[in-house]
Design a binder for this molecule. Sequence first.
Ligand code: PLP
Length: 486
Amino acid sequence: MNPLDPGEFRRQGHMVVDFLAKYYENIEKYPVLSQVEPGYLSKRLPSSAPQDEEPMEAILDDVHQHIFPGLTHWQSPNFFAYYQTNTSTAAILGEMLCAGFNVAGFNWVSSPAATELESLVMDWLGKMLDLPRPFLPFGNGGGVIEGNTSEAIICTLTAARDRVLRKLGHNSIAKLVVYGSDQTNCSFQKAARVVGIDPRNFRALKMTRSTLFGLSPDSLEKAIRLDINAGLIPLYLCATVGTTSCAAVDPLEPLCKVASKFSMWIHVDAAYAGASCICPEYRKFINGVEFADSFSFNAHKWLLTPLDCCCLWVKDPNALVKSLSTDPEYLKNEATESKQVIDYADWQLSLSRRFRALKLWLVLRSHGVQNLRSHIKNHCRLAKLFEELVEEDPQFEVVFPRNFALVCFRIHPSGVAGMLNAQLLHAINASGRVFMSHTTVGGVYVLRFAVGATLVTEKHVIMAWKVVQEHANSLLSMPASEQHSA
Ligand code: PLP
């Protein structure tokens, strides 16, 4: 047995590259949303591992026969659900280099290039986003690549918690309160739970259409004052730019002004929309970030980089280090002791870490800033096209003004029951031709059409709209008694 024979690696590696290239050539032939039933795979694959080796040809054949049917094709140009996690040749090859080197760069000495490239790439990106100087190394801040936004929030919330508890003593933990809106991603609630915030002290402030579902500074201030009067301690605000449901934008500057009065840690979660801020015309959405303590976005959503790749910047990296560092004997080394290097394990939850900077570096170099901006702008243009198509059809309405590349729409409610929209979505997705998702905002059920797949073009958007219209027409032509009522 030779698990890493260079000749076999080359032969099998080429085979997998060919396999994936063919997959991308044919990706539109597969139903976008997997149509299998739960438990389908155990009926097709053996119930225990083989005793002897099997050839890669047979394994890839099984991927084709048995794994493909259970794939929802996230890279299909007809995928318009959730927010995409898009990819690119450069990033896939970057992942390959990362897996090939397979370093666990927990500290500088464990692989200096992993640390230094990460700092460099985060600095490049910070400049692309025009992040304020205090987030960048020359302003005493710094950037790190976490796996995902959930981790970024857990790490910053931990740092915020400890900053306060160091002053007030650990017993004060029960008094700490965290704030977001009812549109803040569920990862915030989970983070608060993990970090030990009393669930009764988690504030998801209810937002309405009057603020376009952005967090209102007045509601925030009111909630904080109520909590202070009740003897509680405001700790952390999670403001969102581009919410998960409808891409709403919390107004950063006035929110930061409120939260700063109470010395709270302010985190800006721009998981989806942050990538768009590399375009000068979208940068305004993070105006006010200069008053925040931390900012993160997922390059794995919209910057041609596959999972996982969440970019987090903090003004005070030491706050992370104080909460997350450990100092076991087996990791002691001169570089760490010199304090001239970053040990990124101290900025994150796990000890070992992947060399994620490689894929981002390949993406930034292979495309350049101008092409990445065009990629984002093109998706926003395609979303606008879809929005116009919806608006031209009197049977439909765009429910919220479009932000970025997300259109929230539904069959116009006049005279039809609300469940019709859920039926419409079910029919669209069951067709396998496109995949969209839904949400409920302010009690309104909407279909979400998010443009973000790397391969999407105008043709796909127009076809998606035809699919919507076809299914809507057939539902609306049914006798009312056959349409489910709300
Ligand atoms: N925040 C926002 C605004 C999101 O849209 C999402 C996911 O879509 C998340 C956080 C969760 O991100 P992750 O899966 O990287 O933890």
